[in-house]
Design a protein around this ligand. Sequence first.
Ligand code: TRP
Length: 333
Amino acid sequence: MEESKKVLYSAVQPTNNLTIGNYIGAIQNWVELQSGYNCFFSIADMHAITVRQIPAELRQRTLNLVALYIACGIDPEKCVLYIQSNVSAHAELCWALNTFTYVGEMQRMTQFKDKSARHADNINMGLMDYPVLMAADILLYQTDVVPVGLDQRQHLEIARDIAIRFNNAYTPTFKVPEGLYLKVGAKICDLLEPAKKMSKSAENPNGSVFLSDDRDTVIRKFKRAVTDSGSEILYDPENKPGVSNLLSIYSVFSGKSMDEAQRDFAGKGYGDFKLAVGEVVADRLKPIQERQAKILADKEYLNNILKSGAERASYSANKTLSKVYKKIGFYQL
Ligand code: TRP
């Protein structure tokens, strides 16, 4: 850990498969951020169980994600990559922070209301406590910045509120984290409903391209992507949302500017265009998938990384936890 660098914290839930939208919007950013910050990246399996999971699947998805991050360029030497449940301080701090969080404010959280509506048969305490666990994640590491999407903004605000509340009740204990709202180069939309953001949990999986999709699947999905009336291949999100989305994807995955991308398809038909976009994406995914498979096959390597990650995370986390325990009056041995 370099003292001079700021601490950055982020996590993903090992729930659904990630899409190319997550790759562009999140993973790629993490890869770029890892040299400028002391980064902690975790797989939030404790958050995942707030909705029912199939145990074997949860375990496998967790490992898949770790391998995927490494395959995408997260360097476990440069940052701390670990599984949340491997570091017991998360649950412990969450408990303490619960006593600084009001039931009413948790009931008002947008995501809690949404998820309660979607999982009406399982509105468990964990679902309501989700933001407090997330606050614990962040605050344990004296985090300076948290790169978050807009959907997580409210959670970050609560983490800040809880930190300030605790600091005011005692003496400054937690760093109050800032959100890092990255400008995403391109917003990647659903291939079948280009007005919507591509989602890992869309109803129709043919609208989303997953990082785990093989070449044929990728190409088939792009072939079926909706285009717009007219036959010109132009970037015009207002009038040609389907074509514009495909052009954005092409531009991001080929590294070409939007102008170049449009020139590549001047005078061409939709069929050729869609095939070309599919190929560029499949070409980019192939080496990532190969690296991921290789990492997954080497259990010892993976376990060593996770062990070291959990140890380094625990070291930092326990320092904060012990300060908290002291302030709240726990007798420590
Ligand atoms: N709730 C986040 C999501 O679903 C995942 C997450 C858990 C997280 N803990 C975090 C993100 C801490 C940032 C910081 O995307």
